[in-house]
Ligand binder design. Structure first.
Ligand code: SF4
Length: 627
């Protein structure tokens, strides 16, 4: 038996529940007790604490205080499903009395919404056992759910499939049930249960054919029908279409008085699901052409669509709501003078060059003021490694910004700048970071990481900080209680093994410190640089690397899509390849622009990118909290 004690699991006694609990039933009977009943009873037992977890009707989940929900898993459909059928002896708009099988509250709620909202009917509803002939004896409508709906005679009355009707009227999927966790469970036990449920479903997916044979014999439906039902019509992993359907269903149910105004899902917040990252990665590898499990192999020749699907799945486990975030920010380059001379940089100038500049405090403050006037919240201020500007100068600038605009997040500088100030001042990195934090620095962007391999850095940016120094700065940032981001600039001189090394070093530091709020991979822009002969990385390489990044970094909560280097079309695809954030609006951007990359978007364009891909666009702050 597990150290967490036995787990009491509730599941509906319909065939659609079988894949969900396959692994638990066949391989974990020493650890779990399974109770099967109709969905409404299962939900009820969860809410009163008689079950540790249950696949509960969404009508229960949406109004169960203290019940946390496992993200990404559930029961949904995206069109005809055949297990929620409304039989009717009169046109839908004229129904007067509808018999409800009381076994599912979600199905009953869906019927009420569809009839009232879409058909204008307000029939009386009465509870009846799920026997169609009896239900239609004194009613002109009858709702059947689950196995009774699948096996009902279809010659007694016309019927509509409510999954199909919902899809036709809304264009969205419908979520029937999700895994809830009873209040009062320890966090460790919740995470263990979530892990078990995920694993159990993956066993069910692998053994679907056996389930089809067993269930076909049990309920007397032809195997092809059971296979189509369990394998195609029912969806066990919830993507944006299902989640958007849930959002609309909740709103309509609240408007109709079927749910309280505060109805909503409370998501389980869990520690990094590394095992899940590994599982989906291995799944992608097994389905793809590359059979080795290594990240380098996936980066080299992993199947793009398999990787995308796996990354999308993990993204929805981490961020179940169909929401994409962005921040209104402004890039301010306080100087272009730099002693580093990186080969991939088209931005820097030497001191004394005619177009070398250092902005004055007034110029910086004017730019920040324009940002604030435009509703912006984040200043991303970065510069070259200027030989003469000292720590006092940059701290004074940060302090002036914060005192003039206290609400602005100063998400500025980068590890190479911090190392530069430490070197020129002869101070430990910790002291530099503390002084910046005291001046008002909110968090440290992860610029200058390029590829965290000293061979690569020696080739493209030999005078910049080493990989260990970059990671060391972020370790100090964590030590003083700040957060930061991590970046990766790829598609230049690195090998796939070095790209993989970069990802693993970020993952390890995140395990150690939890410092990173986000990972931002983007492609090297060769124009106007010493490496202009290199072919630019294309959208295929970008999307594959993005997906592998999501899978390799399940412990980093957010992944940014790079519209600035990829443009709107690829950025939109990126939202289904693991990215959940569109980064900043970048009122001003000079560094990538200097390399010939001038994609620009407005908030309205960001909204179009997100909404066309099925997401709501939401403004955030630097810490990824609400704006
Ligand atoms: S990338 Fe940064 S550090 Fe390197 S030369 Fe350009 S400005 Fe300097």
């Amino acid at each position: 038996m597990s150290v967490y004690g036995r787990v009491r699991v509730g599941v509906m006694n319909y065939i659609l529940g079988r894949p969900l609990v396959r692994g638990l039933v066949t391989r974990r009977s020493d650890e779990v007790d399974i109770l099967e009943d109709v969905p409404a009873r299962v939900g009820e037992m969860l809410t009163v604490g008689r079950l540790d977890t249950a696949i509960a009707p969404i009508a229960v989940i949406l109004q169960a205080p203290g019940v946390d929900v496992v993200p990404g898993l559930g029961v949904s459909c995206d069109g005809p499903v055949q297990s929620i059928r409304l039989f009717h002896k009169a046109p839908l708009s004229e129904l007067r009395r509808v018999a409800l099988d009381g076994s599912s509250r979600s199905g009953a709620m869906l019927a009420r919404i569809v009839l009232e909202r879409f058909e204008g009917a307000r029939p009386e509803y009465v509870g009846r056992p799920p026997v169609l002939l009896d239900m239609l004896a004194d009613c002109d409508g009858a709702l059947l759910i689950g196995d009774p709906a699948l096996t009902a005679p279809t010659d007694l009355a016309p019927h509509v499939d409510l999954g199909e009707l919902w899809k036709r009227r809304t264009g969205l999927g419908f979520v029937f049930a999700m895994w809830g966790l009873r209040p009062g469970l320890s966090q460790q036990k919740r995470e263990r249960i979530a892990e078990l449920l995920e694993w159990s479903l993956s066993v069910g997916e692998e053994e679907l054919e056996e389930i089809v044979v067993e269930e076909s014999a049990r309920i007397g439906l032809p195997p092809d029908e059971v296979r189509a039902y369990l394998g195609e019509r029912i969806r066990y992993r919830l993507g944006p279409n299902a989640m958007n359907g849930l959002k609309l269903f909740t709103r309509l149910a609240v408007e109709q008085g079927l749910l309280p105004p505060d109805a909503g899902v409370r998501w389980l917040s869990s520690s990094p699901p590394r095992a899940l990252g590994r599982r989906v990665r291995e799944g992608a590898t097994a389905r793809g052409r590359g059979e080795e499990g290594s990240l380098a192999a996936l980066l080299e020749h992993g199947n793009l669509l398999d990787l995308g699907a796996a990354a999308d799945e993990l993204r929805f486990r981490l961020h179940p709501e169909p929401v994409v975030t962005y921040v209104v920010d402004r890039n301010i380059n306080y100087t272009n003078v730099c002693v580093s001379g990186c080969r991939f940089c088209a931005f820097y100038r030497r001191e004394g060059d005619p177009d070398a500049f250092v902005l004055t405090t007034d110029e910086v403050l004017r730019k920040v003021g324009e940002l604030v006037d435009a509703g912006g919240t984040q200043v991303l201020m970065q510069g070259g490694l200027h030989p003469k500007l000292g720590l006092d100068w940059i701290c004074a600038l940060v302090r002036d910004i914060k005192s003039a605009y206290p609400s602005v997040d100063v998400h500025s500088l980068s590890p190479p700048e911090v190392v530069h100030y430490a070197r020129t001042e002869g101070l430990p990195v910790r002291v530099v970071v503390e002084r910046l934090r005291e001046a008002g620095l909110s968090s440290l962007p992860g610029g200058g990481a390029e590829i965290l391999s000293d061979r690569v850095r020696g080739a493209v940016s030999p005078h910049k900080c080493t990989a260990d120094e970059w990671l060391g700065v972020m370790r100090e940032v964590a030590a003083v209680g700040m957060r930061g981001t991590a970046t990766m600039v790829f598609g230049h001189v690195e090998t796939m093994a070095e790209r993989a090394e970069h990802l693993l070093r970020i993952r390890d530091l995140q395990d150690e410190t939890g410092v990173f709020t986000a990972f931002i991979p983007w492609t090297f822009q060769p124009a106007n640089t010493d490496l202009a002969d290199l072919p630019p990385a294309g959208g295929h390489d970008y999307l594959r690397t993005l997906a592998v990044s999501r899978l390799a970094l399940p412990n980093v909560p957010n992944i940014q899509a790079s519209w600035v280097t990829q443009g709107a079309a690829i950025a939109q695809l990126a939202l289904r390849f693991g990215a959940n954030d569109l980064g900043g609006t970048m009122m001003e951007e000079n560094v990538v622009a200097a390399a010939g990359c001038r994609f620009r978007v407005s908030v309205e364009e960001l909204r179009a990118i997100a909404e066309e891909a099925g997401f709501e666009l939401r403004q955030r702050r630097t810490d990824y909290g609400g704006a």
